[in-house]
Design a protein around this ligand. Structure first.
Ligand code: PLP
Length: 394
């Protein structure tokens, strides 16, 4: 059990809660994962879109309950493809939350579209649906909600607005594999959704991503465009006797190696189990840390089941970096996340702090603490102890 600690903080020369740093992220890799990759290597099928990739795609689509799940080399390329498959006129506008990773914005940008940054909720970092309509102009063609921390965006409200204006919805679910919204896994609430299997995510293929959809036409375009604009997919799948494949469209090289596909197959088999441990840890933190003066938790979207990709704390803005340093000195590798897009060099002309009050408040208060399936019970308790100790000395 965690007890309130008023002993001297490690940042002031006291004993740290943990001598070994407790890392913020760690993938869960077991012997079955290693074995599967070794077997894929021995098969010598190491290049893209191999049998293990197809098997992973089948299992991913079944798991999510979607018609098509197409495995890619990242979520960044999935976001690029999500717009490559549409022929929006150059300069059309796409609404992107200001608090996100650069990849969300790069999807439209790489396809000659203009991004319009939208403010997010100060209590969870997701698109602020109350403000959403104010960003729509006659040039708007799409909205790109993000499921920050794995907590699904408010898709009912976003879809209602999209229907009203006839807009395309791409949901950036990079962080939300295994989360549900109104009873369905994320991946089911948009025209297309994108996932990441980067090493920090709830399941990993090393690097990797997927694009999912229920739309036959969009899926056909994705199969071609991820494979350099060729029809190699159908050639491999149902036209093996033709003996060649054609260059039928533009595209890029976004298929994923069979080695990564093999890892996907074993990882998705354990996803529910891994997410259950994350839920257990989140429940422990919510209980152990509740009531600490100055500390709030992120608001979970109504109707959502969280995959607890990240565990965020909202701390007093004026003490955030001191709290982070103090936690790190205690051996708890707390971290910050996403500098709002407009504060980055590449996006600096797209607004000022005053344009994004929700985003700035969220950014100024957010700190993340470790959460992952291999975090031991002892480590979780040390994390909570570290937070309580630091907050007791604020
Ligand atoms: C919201 C969001 N979108 C996209 C990405 C990019 O994912 P990937 O590293 O698979 O390209 C990330 C990465 O963490 C992310 O957090």
């Amino acid at each position: 059990m965690t007890t309130v600690q008023t002993s001297e903080l490690a940042i002031n020369g006291g004993q740290p809660v943990s001598k070994e740093p407790i890392l913020i992220h760690k993938p869960s890799i077991n012997e079955a994962d290693i074995q599967a990759v070794a077997e894929a290597m021995r098969s010598t099928f190491v290049s893209g879109d191999g049998p293990a990739c197809r098997e992973f795609e089948k299992r991913l689509a079944e798991y999510l309950g979607v018609k098509y799940a197409l495995f890619l080399n990242s979520c960044t390329t999935a976001l690029d493809l999500a717009f490559m498959i549409k022929d929006f006129p150059a300069g059309s506008e796409v609404i992107v939350p200001n608090f996100t990773y650069t990849s969300t914005a790069l999807g439209p940008i790489l396809n000659n579209l203009k991004i319009v940054l939208a403010d997010v909720r100060p209590d969870n970092g997701n698109l602020d649906v109350e403000k959403l309509e104010s960003y729509i102009t006659p040039k708007t063609v799409a909205i790109l909600p993000v499921d920050y921390a794995g907590n699904p965006a408010e898709m009912d409200e976003i879809n209602a607005i999209a229907r009203k204006y006839g807009l395309y919805i791409v949901q950036d679910s990079a962080q939300s594999i295994g989360s549900k919204y109104k009873g369905f896994y994320t991946g089911n609430q948009a025209h297309v959704s994108t996932f990441s299997f980067h090493g920090t995510k709830n399941m990993t293929t090393g690097e990797g991503g997927a694009i999912v959809t229920n739309d036959d036409h969009l899926a056909d375009l994705i199969k071609v465009m991820r494979e350099k604009g060729t029809d190699k997919y159908s050639f491999l799948t149902d036209n093996v006797t033709r003996g060649y494949y054609e260059y039928v469209n533009k595209g890029n090289s976004y298929v994923q190696s069979n080695l990564n596909g093999a890892l996907g197959v074993t990882q998705i088999a354990r996803l529910e189990e891994m997410n259950a441990v994350r839920r257990e840890i989140a429940a422990f933190y919510l209980k152990a840390l509740s009531g600490l003066p100055g500390l709030d938790f992120l608001q979970i979207t109504e109707g959502a089941e969280h995959n607890w990709h990240l565990f965020g704390l909202l701390v007093p803005a004026d003490k955030k970096y001191w709290i982070m340093d103090a936690l790190r000195a205690e051996g708890v590798m707390a971290n910050v996340h996403y500098t709002p897009l407009h504060r980055n060099k590449y996006y600096k002309d797209l607004g000022t702090d005053a344009d994004f009050p929700g985003s700035m408040e969220f950014f100024n208060r957010l700190l993340r603490i470790p959460i992952y399936p291999t975090l031991t019970v002892e480590e979780r308790e040390k994390v909570a102890e570290g937070v309580i100790k630091v907050f007791s000395n604020l």
